[in-house]
Ligand binder design. Structure first.
Ligand code: ZN
Length: 432
């Protein structure tokens, strides 16, 4: 069993001035407690929450007797994490000041300080009694409510003073049982596509990541240059234009969609996903023609690490096991004959140097990842017992040129999983 935790942020409706003032006062008192406690904790090196509570409870209580007593508890918890991270930084010589600054405050609530009241109301304990706040629900929130997630009794609130709203951080947990996998679909992440091998059929999802990232990079650069010339480096109008760009980028965020498709496909079939163990070196090899260091880093994050992270996170959510294997030589060796495959002039199609059969580079990578996973060259070595596939025979049995089924983004972006749309490959004219 694994515990998966997710935070969902909702906003309250715009609160009446009188109500909002109660929260401003509450925040002031809470901030003051955290500030004093933090000073004390750092000065006397008391990091533990329980110790802090024992030592300072009385004093804090007498400071704000009108406040529900549990705010002292949560302020101590809040302080404890602040003190811990500050003292760690200080130890590393990275702290700029002697005491941590309490800049941003979110008020920590425990089960005595708030409770949900129906689906879109919460009650919060304050120095003026319980205050009921309505919040605006959204699709993501209902998703968690309707599935097997459980709302945790800890929450946080932040004040948005400009809009007189509370920003409420709700936490959901789910206990997920990892299943025993009966197959291993390998997933090969590339700059512009992701290939997945499911039941001997390779699917190539086009992502166009590098083109998208480069596009945004140059567009951002152009905006910067143009606005800097017109309005100076720190103009508000430039910030606005850049923000708009970023929002669009977010909307186009395809990595979650692809991660969803991959994980759900594995989940439906009760398979474990096989991924490459990525190293920094991989990035340098694959995108080394890009000179700009920052840009290279961004491409690596977005197209390799980012997609892997998304797959890992979704897999955890669904209890799908993930196996990592060493990516060395995965696209270079023929999975049948174990000899090099020759690729001409950067072509993605290569020829086996022994039997001259043709291979698509990304499909080769998938087969080799699968072999490595099966032979236990992974960090979580699976056993061969109980597997009903004969590894040696699969590539030989296939008469096709080991071509993947290419699926353009416009198609897969709307899918849930491959299973529901398996007969689609007849539609795109593929025969196996
Ligand atoms: Zn071969």
């Amino acid at each position: 069993m694994a515990r998966v935790v997710r935070t969902v942020i909702v906003r309250s409706i715009k609160l009446p001035r009188k109500v909002f003032r109660v929260f401003v006062e509450l925040e002031g008192m809470y901030r003051n407690m955290v500030e004093q406690l933090t000073m004390y904790a750092v000065r006397s090196k008391v990091k533990s929450f329980t110790k802090l509570k024992v030592l300072k409870y009385r004093e804090m209580r007498s400071l704000y007797p009108q406040l529900p007593s549990h705010y002292v508890y949560t302020a101590c918890q809040d302080t404890s994490t602040r003190a811990k991270s500050f003292l760690r930084l200080k130890k590393l010589g990275l702290a700029k000041r002697d005491y941590p600054e309490v800049k941003r405050i979110s008020i920590w609530l425990n089960d005595h300080l708030w409770k949900p009241n129906g689906f879109i109301l919460i009650k919060i304990a304050t120095h003026r009694g319980w205050v009921t706040v309505e919040f605006k629900s959204h699709k993501q929130y209902w998703k968690y409510i309707n599935r097997e997630w459980k709302l945790v009794s800890e929450a946080k609130i932040k004040l948005d003073k400009r809009n007189r709203q509370l920003i409420i951080y709700l936490t959901f947990v789910k206990e997920v049982k990892k299943f025993k996998s009966i197959g291993y679909p390998p997933v090969d992440v590339n700059e512009n596509n992701i290939t997945m091998l499911v039941d001997e059929v390779a699917f190539l999802f086009e992502t166009d990541m590098v083109r998208i990232i480069l596009g945004y990079y140059y567009r951002k650069k152009r905006i910067q240059e143009r606005y800097d010339k017109l309005y100076g480096v720190k103009s508000r109008i430039k910030r606005k234009a850049l923000r708009k760009l970023k929002e669009r980028k977010k909307k186009l965020d395809i990595k979650w969609k692809i991660a969803n498709t991959i994980v759900k496909t594995a989940y439906e079939k009760q398979y474990a996903i096989v991924l490459e163990k990525l190293s920094k070196r991989v990035a340098n090899n694959m995108i080394k023609r890009i000179k700009d260091k920052q840009l290279r880093h961004r491409i690596f994050q977005a197209s390799f690490r980012g997609i892997q992270r998304a797959i890992e996170e979704k897999a955890r959510e669904h209890g799908v096991p993930v196996i990592y294997v060493n990516p060395r030589n995965t696209s270079k060796l023929c999975p049948i004959h174990n000899v090099p495959i020759n690729y001409n002039n950067g072509s993605r199609i290569g020829k086996c140097s022994k039997a001259y059969e043709l291979w698509h580079r990304d499909v080769v990578a998938c087969w080799n990842l699968l072999l490595k996973a099966l032979w236990g060259d992974g960090s979580l070595a699976p056993s061969l017992v109980g597997l009903n596939i004969d590894v040696r025979l699969i590539p030989l049995a296939s008469k096709a040129t080991h071509d993947p089924i290419g699926i353009p983004k416009s198609l897969w972006a709307r899918w849930n999983s491959l299973g529901a749309t398996m007969n689609l490959y007849k539609m795109i004219g593929m025969t196996t």
